[in-house]
Design a binder for this molecule. Structure first.
Ligand SMILES: Cc1ncc(COP(=O)(O)O)c(C=O)c1O
Length: 415
């Protein structure tokens, strides 16, 4: 008789048992939205937006911060505000959402794809070191899923090579390294408030930065080039990347709940990892000891396939986990991001705009980069699940571990 639910066996968890929902809202958010609706200020430097911006900047421990349209634009504006220009090279991890590299493409810079560390999937600084050239101007790090790069090493690397540091914090509102918030390390940083993120208003973004000069450039860049404080004498070329007062209202409610939620997820992730670590063939990701609070967009782990029946892959295990646990569609178990050198949504050479000259066209071809660790994680060993499951109970974590153990024990049934 079949044991695994994917083969028709009894699942670890009944379909009727619900998982936490995402996104969520509170009655205060609805109240504030109604107030905005009845007010005469719906966008453009509104009071709700700036109150939120101040509070979120303070929470992350950054010097300056302001809202923008989304996390993709946030990276682009950060690059532009720091003066990164056409043909400059920007180091980007090979495992991330395509936006991290696409933002560099959109300012005519050249994304240089760097492989990642096998046990965090964050950019591998030793590999970045080997790719530095005279044209390298910036490093974009991604605080990916539920891991942070070694921030001490990242900062030393940027100092050594005189590179701007940009943090892509789309996944990790509320992560702290030795008590210091992500988004406060880099010359500039970007956050996403897209629906799936841990702080969300459907779509939206945020920039933090170190200096007043960068802040004022970010302000102008998101606001059709207008000067900060109405001084247009230094206006620059740009577009409209603002957000609305309704989005800021939702974010205000979300921010009030954020730290408690991050702590809840972090405690559940630590517990789940302790259970997963006991299962032969399951490797939780590495948590650096300097991390004092870890925020999770996804919780991820790896399979040591030598402990599984030959022919088992992460894709088969994800399918089996979904069948055992009946997680909702938005939280399905899945492999991590496609490596950017072979990513269905990162196709620089489909956009004529980037054909600024033959050398540039060649330089932006992602196929020229080798990303074996990213490839292995995507195609064989990596497993990821959305943070909403971490909003559950200890029993929910036990169910996940139980399902993983059951699949590991019966892996021969998957081939
Ligand atoms: C790592 C990373 N960077 C940037 C972005 C872009 O954010 P947005 O969807 O708000 O444009 C995302 C979105 O998923 C992301 O995951």
């Amino acid at each position: 008789m079949a044991k695994l639910a994917v083969n028709g066996g009894a699942p670890v968890r009944a379909k009727s048992l619900a998982w936490p929902k995402w996104p969520i809202h509170g009655s205060d958010d609805v109240k504030l939205i109604t107030e905005v609706t009845k007010s005469d200020r719906w966008s453009f430097d509104g009071p709700v937006e700036w109150k939120f911006a101040e509070a979120f900047t303070k929470y992350q421990g950054a010097k300056h911060g302001l809202c923008c349209a989304n996390g993709t634009v946030g990276i682009q504006l950060a690059l532009e505000a720091l003066g990164i220009a056409a043909h400059d090279e920007v180091l980007v991890p090979g495992m991330t959402w395509q936006a991290t590299a696409a933002a560099a493409l959109d300012i005519n810079a050249v994304p240089i794809l760097v492989d990642v560390e096998p046990d965090t999937w964050c950019i591998d600084i030793a590999k970045a070191e080997a790719l530095v050239t005279k044209k390298t101007k910036a490093l974009i790090i991604v605080h990916l899923y539920g891991c942070m790069p070694d921030m001490t090493r990242v900062q030393a690397f940027c100092k050594k090579h005189k590179l701007f540091l940009i943090e892509d914090c789309a996944h990790q509102h509320g992560s702290f390294w030795k008590g210091q918030g992500v988004g406060s390390f880099g010359d500039a940083a970007s956050f996403s408030f897209q629906e799936s993120k841990v702080l969300s208003c459907g779509e939206g973004g945020f920039n933090t930065c170190k200096t007043k000069e960068t802040f004022e450039r970010l302000y102008s860049l998101r606001n059709c080039g207008r000067g900060y404080c109405g001084d247009h004498s230094n206006a620059i070329q740009s577009g409209n990347y603002r957000l609305t007062e309704w989005q800021a209202a939702i974010l205000t409610g979300g921010l009030n709940r954020l730290d408690k939620q991050v702590k809840h997820r972090d405690a559940n992730a630590v517990y789940l990892n302790s259970l997963l670590a006991q299962i032969p063939g399951v490797l939780p990701m590495r948590r650096r000891r300097e991390v004092t609070q870890q925020s999770y967009f996804n919780i991820t782990w790896r399979l040591d396939l030598s402990k599984f029946k030959k022919g088992v892959t992460n894709i088969k295990v994800c399918k089996a986990l979904n069948a055992e646990l009946h997680v909702p569609g938005y939280a399905d178990f899945e492999p991590p991001y496609e490596p950017l050198n072979n990513c269905s949504l990162y196709r620089p050479q489909t956009k004529p705009r980037y054909k600024i000259d033959a050398a540039h066209w060649k330089a932006i071809n992602p196929k020229r980069f080798q990303l074996p660790v990213c490839k292995d994680a995507r195609e064989k060993t990596g497993i990821a699940i959305h943070h909403s499951v971490l909003m559950g109970t200890k029993k929910d974590m036990e169910d996940i571990a139980k399902a993983m153990a059951k699949i590991a024990e019966n892996s021969s049934d998957l081939v």
